[in-house]
Design a protein around this ligand. Structure first.
Ligand code: PLP
Length: 563
């Protein structure tokens, strides 16, 4: 199988997480889903990529919740042999003075159109490794900084070695976030000048040559999203592999900053929405940060009833999602509404199964689901329970929530518990349910089944956000703070609605959210069905046609990969 992929030069796409399919929990949230959509679009468009990630045998975690809303984390293992083939190569990475062997699995992602994409999943669970080293590729984002640095060494250094050992010819490297930035050090070694050409005091590395090969996408302005490792730890783990004076020049004098390393070593750098590129330029002065706004995979993120509708009225839409601009005039109101009712019914069934609560098909349903973490402000919608209850008295509403908190994000976990207290406080007045274990399957049901997708990040911390794009593909408009992709996607009253304004500190966002709901969104939903369906169509035609990963990958191809 491998021989199919090595004959052609490829773009090596490195990512710590990748959402290949729902049963394989090698992803934690938006970054992994984006990586999966990248590979899915590359498969449809037959772009020559090879993706490199870790096998993450124990996954991220499966979430359950007790009655108080306390998150319980279970391992979420998967069996690589069920989905992937073992590859006939082994490479080694120096870790803590030991040789750690790395093997690989080949997962082939197949497009519904027949295209295929190779995904290389690195694995240290080998009998020749010491017991603790076998676990390096077990838990996605697990463990302490030492464990994380070992994982990043396997991904970056082991990944490059593995690609060459397997016979891949790499045209460009693309780092999806800074986790894989150690790959640049391995490339520096590979392209170092021969010792006899280096004069005293000269650097033996050909930095411009390596930089020419590297592309870096930064994904978040949030500090915790940028890995930093103290240099004594780096020396303990990587030993002689690193040339410390050079590394300090490239990655920061005080500590190894993986983002800094990726920035220093990449010719092409981008943020994931226009607003995010502006924010990143302020964060990293001196670097030219471009923007490639994220997108979502059209086929993967369109619920079956809507896909059937587009097949009938906009044939070719999932290969050429630009065609969705035709949704506005080519699809009848009744047909859109019927497809949406069907998607809503599927969500209502899922809610009943998971929570025992039967929500109502004729009541406006708000959805909010994301990684539970402070800047996403999951509590904003509940900041004035009396106001929310009074809105629900005048215009019926029901709310569906979901989301995982990272096991070490205590604030995120407290937010889930707080939401459960709000649910109890509103009981009898507003029906609110929190669904456990938000994953890709639940996400598709939610983004297509609710009536309005709510998003309340603290500006400017939402680099892009992608779930609102998924909602738009299904004709579900967003009510969202103007951050990330929504700055580009929102046309007020036509594709959805803004919460608050475009600048300022966001202190009045809750009030704005309640006002919009009460005065604009809910009256339109209940009193002007034709007007409502026009907004649904606006979301499909003006957002779905643009914020998809086909457009995104064509942009990466023309701007980054071919330059
Ligand atoms: C799309 C998706 C996300 C990312 O959503 P955001 O809007 O970026 O917060 C996270 N988790 C899952 C399971 C998803 O499908």
């Amino acid at each position: 199988m491998l021989h199919r992929f090595v004959h052609q030069e490829r773009i090596a796409y490195f990512t710590m997480e990748v959402a290949l399919r729902n049963e394989i929990s090698t992803y934690s949230g938006g970054l992994g889903v984006l990586a999966g959509d990248t590979v899915r679009s590359a498969a449809d468009l037959e772009l020559p990529l090879v993706t490199v990630s870790l096998v993450s045998r124990q996954g991220y975690f499966r979430q359950s919740l007790d009655a108080e809303g306390r998150q319980i984390e279970h391992p979420d293992p998967w069996e690589p042999a069920r989905f992937a083939q073992p590859l006939p190569a082994k490479v080694s990475v120096p870790i803590e003075g030991r040789v750690v062997w790395v093997a690989a699995w080949l997962y082939v992602l197949e497009s519904h159109r027949g295209g295929r994409q190779p995904v290389i999943l690195l694995d240290t669970s080998l009998p020749e490794n010491a017991e603790p080293d076998r676990a390096i590729t077990d838990y996605l984002y697990g463990g302490d900084p030492t464990y994380r640095l070992k994982q990043e060494a396997v991904l970056g250094i082991g990944g490059v070695r593995m690609l060459y050992a397997l016979g891949f010819r790499v045209r460009q490297f693309h780092m999806n976030e800074g986790h894989s930035a150690l790959l640049t050090l391995e490339l520096l070694e590979r392209y170092a000048y021969p010792p006899e050409d280096v004069r005293p005091g000269e650097l033996r590395y050909d930095i411009p040559r390596v930089r020419e090969l590297c592309n870096f996408t930064t994904h978040t302005p949030v500090e915790a999203g940028h890995d930093r490792f103290p240099y004594d730890l780096v020396q303990r783990v990587l030993g002689d592999f690193v040339d410390l004076p050079t590394l300090k020049q490239l990655a920061g004098a005080g500590e190894l900053n993986m983002t800094q390393l990726a920035l220093s070593m990449s010719e092409y750098i981008n943020g994931v929405a226009k607003r995010h590129a502006e924010t990143s330029r302020r964060m990293f002065p001196g670097y030219q940060v471009r923007a490639v706004t994220n997108g979502v995979h059209p086929f993967a993120w369109t619920a079956p009833p809507l896909a059937k509708l587009y097949d009938a009225h906009v044939p070719g839409w999932c290969h050429e999602p630009e065609l969705l601009v035709r949704a506005e005039c080519c699809i009848g109101d009744e047909a859109i509404w019927a497809a949406h009712r069907e998607a809503k019914a599927a969500l209502l069934d899922k809610v009943a199964t998971l929570s025992g609560v039967r929500l109502d098909a004729d009541t406006a349903m708000l959805g909010f689901a994301r990684r539970m973490t402070a800047y996403k402000r999951p509590e904003l919608l509940f900041s004035d329970l009396e106001r929310l209850a009074s809105i629900a008295t005048n215009h019926r509403i029901q709310i569906v929530l979901a989301g995982k908190a990272h096991p070490r994000d205590e604030g995120g976990k407290r937010a889930i518990e707080q939401l459960h207290r709000h649910i109890r406080a509103l009981s009898g007045r507003v029906r609110v349910v929190f669904l456990p274990n938000y994953d890709m399957a639940l996400a598709l049901l939610m983004v297509s089944g609710v009536d309005v997708w709510v998003n309340t990040p603290l500006r400017p911390l939402e680099a892009s956000g992608t779930s609102g794009m998924k909602a738009a593909l299904n004709g579900v408009p967003s009510l969202s703070v103007l951050d990330g992709w929504w700055v580009e996607g929102r046309i007020e009253g036509i594709t959805g609605w803004a919460i608050g304004d475009d600048d300022g500190p966001g202190e009045r966002d809750a009030e704005s959210l309640y006002d919009k709901l009460e005065r604009v969104v809910l009256p339109l939903y209940y009193e002007n069905r034709a007007g409502w369906i026009a907004v649904m169509k606006g979301a499909i035609a003006k957002n779905g046609s643009v914020f998809n990963s086909h457009r995104m990958m064509r942009r990466y191809a023309t701007d980054a990969y071919i330059r």
